[in-house]
Design a protein. Structure first.
Length: 265
């Protein structure tokens, strides 16, 4: 822990070395589980050497960076980072985003697929938990690894009742198609995870919940007899960063702030 010399501001400010925070997160979040993720996971932009204030958000975008700067955040953890595969140029929107971070000396840390999959902090495990679905196993293969989970509702629930429950809990408005009527087993893959529907048939899941609507999923779901719920990409992906934020607050005792920037998509 680093402590500011007392006298300058009259109170002690807790801060941790950026390097320590980054290596802790790299291992705690299991980044090495996903070497082929399109996202460059981990520290994408390096800022101040010491971190006293942490921000969390779903998307790396100019609005979030400006809010983080206004709130005096030193370290920002996001699910969707800035660098996917590589940088092609630093111009236009990319320049503005990077400039906002560098001007404020904010570090940017991204955690994509590991934060969908993670059994403790991941979007999908958290989705089941907040929806009060008892987790039974892994679900939803994506690039050769299951990143989602499936679970049981405990009693058969009519689809419209279950969708109301999802909308209320996730503060969203889902679109859905109902091919099975009652919901007993639910498989979840947050974000744009529609292709995981193939696993629903494989595992005998009656209801598949993902984020973004996909037209291609409709006929597959109909032929498989699987209910489909599209609850929104953003709405299904705030839980992972929030879970990590809660853990960091507890472990390091630093203030953590969620910067909300819903897309409605
Ligand atoms: Zn996503």
């Amino acid at each position: 822990m680093f402590t500011c010399p007392s006298g300058s501001i009259g109170r002690q400010v807790k801060a941790f070395a950026l390097r320590r925070l980054v290596s802790f997160l790299d291992s705690e979040l299991g980044l090495s589980e996903f070497p082929k993720d399109e996202s460059i996971n981990g520290l994408q932009v390096e800022g101040k050497e010491r971190v006293a204030r942490i921000g969390i958000a779903v998307d790396a975008c100019e609005y979030v960076f400006r809010e983080a700067a206004a709130k005096g955040i030193d370290f920002l953890l996001v699910h969707h980072g800035l660098i996917w595969g590589g940088l092609r140029s630093i111009r236009g929107a990319a320049r503005k985003r990077i400039k906002a971070l560098l001007d404020a000396d904010i570090s940017l840390y991204a955690c994509h697929l590991p934060l969908d999959w993670h059994p403790k902090y991941g979007n999908n495990a958290e989705l089941l938990r907040v929806l009060s679905i008892k987790e039974m196993g892994e679900f939803g293969e994506y690039h050769g690894k299951r990143i989602g989970y499936w679970g049981r509702t405990g009693r058969p629930i009519p689809m419209d009742e279950f969708v109301k429950h999802v909308d209320k809990t996730l503060k969203t408005r889902s679109s859905y198609v109902d091919f099975r009527k009652k919901v007993r087993n639910v498989g979840v893959v947050s974000g744009g995870g529609w292709s995981a529907i193939h696993d629903a048939e494989e595992l005998g899941i009656d209801t598949f919940l993902t984020g973004e609507p996909s037209h291609s999923a409709y006929h597959l779901a109909k032929e498989m007899g699987v209910n489909l719920i599209f609850a929104g990409h953003y709405a299904t992906e705030t839980f992972g960063v929030k879970a990590v934020g809660g853990m960091l607050k507890k472990k390091f005792g630093l203030p953590v702030e969620f910067i909300d920037s819903p897309t409605g998509l």
